[in-house]
Design a protein around this ligand. Structure first.
Ligand code: PEP
Ligand code: MN
Length: 278
């Protein structure tokens, strides 16, 4: 009997690498994605895109349709947000990723974004997984807050079974008992995923912790530990973010994280070169 996620194990794949526009995941690099929780306006997107590009970030994120817990909170600009992220990304030669909440939104994604995010709340929304897969765009699949790794890999299997090989997995925190952090950042689980699958695995420390002070150290931990990248929420004026303000970092912090990721990777590469030479 095949395992419940034969394709997601990835041992049959010719390459581990997933491409989204010019961004590569799983090629041995560390792919840093930055952008706001919600796309708010043109000025915000322009300043974030410029900062992500000049820091050496690989990709721009932004939410158009926001899956908010309360229906009274900002729900995102909706369809009108897609041209805003598309234009900012194009101006700065960055590929972009946006979450789709419903199948009906997918026709708007083609030609506007380079990757579709399936968010934590929709990890097991099978019709949405299948429809997103059939667009042919690469999929950023987030782990549900109460999903096991097996369930995450089975969700990826639905995408792969549609003939879409381009799936990147994302650990974004699982539900715990302690409100001191928004979720429990399961770094061990993310590393265990890398033993279970060849698919690239990235970390979202923003939603995992809900606290901007913890974003930088966790991105550095992910880079040092050998994950394939990270996605972080960045805002030109974090306190004024229309959603997830407490976890948004500013543009300077994003630039420092990108530089320190390079330093961590160079230190580890130097260590390896030293070990080989010695
Ligand atoms: C997001 O990326 O803005 C988001 C809502 O993420 P998650 O699905 O992980 O909660
Ligand atoms: Mn968010």
């Amino acid at each position: 009997m095949p395992s419940s996620y034969t394709l997601a194990r990835g041992h049959l794949r010719k390459t581990r690498t997933v491409s989204a526009g010019s961004a590569r995941f799983g090629d041995g690099g560390f792919t840093l994605i930055g952008g706001p929780c919600s796309i708010e306006d043109e000025v915000q997107m322009e300043s974030v895109a410029a900062a992500v590009a000049s820091a050496g970030g690989a990709m721009l994120r932004g939410g158009a349709y926001k899956p908010r817990t309360s229906p009274y909170d900002f729900q995102g600009l909706g369809d009108a947000a897609l041209p805003l992220i598309a234009a900012a990304a194009r101006r700065h030669a960055l590929p972009s990723v946006v979450e789709a909440l419903a199948e009906t939104q997918l026709p708007l994604f083609a030609g506007c974004v380079d990757m579709i995010q399936i968010g934590a709340r929709n990890m097991q929304n099978v019709p949405l997984l299948r429809a997103a897969a059939r667009t042919g765009l690469p999929i950023l699949l987030k782990r549900g807050p109460a999903a096991t790794l097996d369930e995450l890999l089975c969700a990826a299997e639905y995408v792969l079974l549609e003939g879409n090989e381009n799936v990147v997995l994302c650990e974004r925190g699982i539900r715990g008992f302690d409100p001191a952090t928004r979720n429990v950042c399961d770094l061990g689980g993310a590393l265990r995923l890398k033993e279970l699958t060849q698919l690239p695995v990235i970390l979202d420390p923003s939603h995992a912790t809900g606290r901007r002070t913890l974003v930088e150290p966790l991105v550095l931990a992910a880079a040092a530990a050998g994950l394939d990248g990270a996605i972080v929420e960045v805002h030109p004026d974090p306190e004024r973010s229309k959603s997830d303000a407490a976890q948004a970092i500013d543009l300077a912090t994003f630039a420092r994280i990108a530089a320190r990721v390079r330093a961590v990777r160079a230190a580890l590469a130097g260590e390896e070169a030293y070990a080989v030479a010695g």
